[in-house]
Design a binder for this molecule. Structure first.
Ligand SMILES: CC(=O)N[C@H](C=O)[C@@H](O)[C@H](O)[C@H](O)CO
Ligand SMILES: CC(=O)C(=O)O
Length: 256
């Protein structure tokens, strides 16, 4: 699964972390989870230990064991395993990045530290540069999620700096409703991948040129969202809009 220059496209499911009733990570079920995503949801990329997987609430050891298991079972079945390695501790993030590389993950990603926040865009890039350098052979994706990190630097401001300072920088997982910032990134940095992360308005992201999408709902609405991607590609905007509307109505029904 080496990712020699291959671009991350299409849907990426942000995996949940299966737990046992004893609050241990449930590793034996991961093989079944991979098969379910590939066969039932037609989703062949995963984002492990992110927001949905509650990576920030897991121990470093749990995150490592999960990474090993996801990579092992995805091998030969999936296209990309992206491992989220962001932590409040830079040393832990570097440790997780190096571990992801040693397991054979395809890419890594990291959020900004969020308790002691970087004071300016350059400080954030210095942190991300060190994390990425711990796994220099893996494509690195900045994970922008200001609603949770409170770090609101515009991605269009950060991207040029990441491109200049992080040799493995490949793109951004962009979880924010600011489509102006998103579209500016796509316009300015055509050689990078910008993956949209607000599942309820992915259609808006597609119109502005999203290369793909990372999200929690692709665990269970992957097949449905794939039909939306196809409708959009075929120019059937009415159908795509209907599917997007059904997705957010479904979502609002259960979560609001
Ligand atoms: C805050 C959050 O978890 N965002 C996810 C991606 O980053 C999304 O996939 C959402 O879970 C999804 O859009 C539902 O609101
Ligand atoms: C949605 C997403 O990308 C995450 O859970 O991290």
């Amino acid at each position: 699964m080496a990712s020699d220059g291959k671009r991350l496209k299409g849907l990426v499911a942000a995996t949940f972390t299966p737990m046992t009733l004893n609050s241990e990570v449930n590793l034996p079920i991961i093989q079944q989870y991979v098969d379910y995503l590939v066969h039932k949801q037609k989703v062949k990329n995963i984002f492990v230990n992110g927001t949905t997987g509650e990576g920030m609430s897991l121990s470093v050891q749990e995150r490592k064991r999960l990474t090993e298991e996801w990579v092992k079972h995805a091998r030969g079945k999936m296209d990309n395993v992206v491992v989220h390695v962001g932590c409040l501790s830079l040393e832990d993030a570097k440790d997780l990045a190096a571990h992801a590389a040693s397991c054979g993950a395809d890419a890594i990603s990291a959020v900004s530290p969020s308790f002691m926040k970087p004071s300016c865009p350059d400080a954030l890039v210095m942190y991300l540069k060190e994390v990425a350098a711990a796994a220099p052979s893996l494509p690195f994706y900045y994970y922008h999620i200001p609603s949770l990190t409170g770090v609101t630097f515009r991605v269009s401001d950060l991207t040029g700096r990441m491109k200049a300072h992080i040799p493995s920088f490949r793109g951004v997982k962009f979880t924010d409703t600011n489509l102006l910032d998103f579209s500016l990134c796509i316009h300015l940095y055509k050689e990078h991948d910008f993956l949209y992360g607000v599942d309820e308005q992915l259609l808006g992201g597609l119109v502005f040129g999203a290369h793909g999408a990372v999200g929690s709902t692709y665990n269970y609405l992957g097949a449905t969202t794939n039909t939306m991607l196809t409708a959009y590609e075929e120019g059937d905007i009415e159908k795509a809009r209907k599917i997007q509307t059904s997705v957010f109505l479904f979502f609002f029904h259960f979560f609001f």
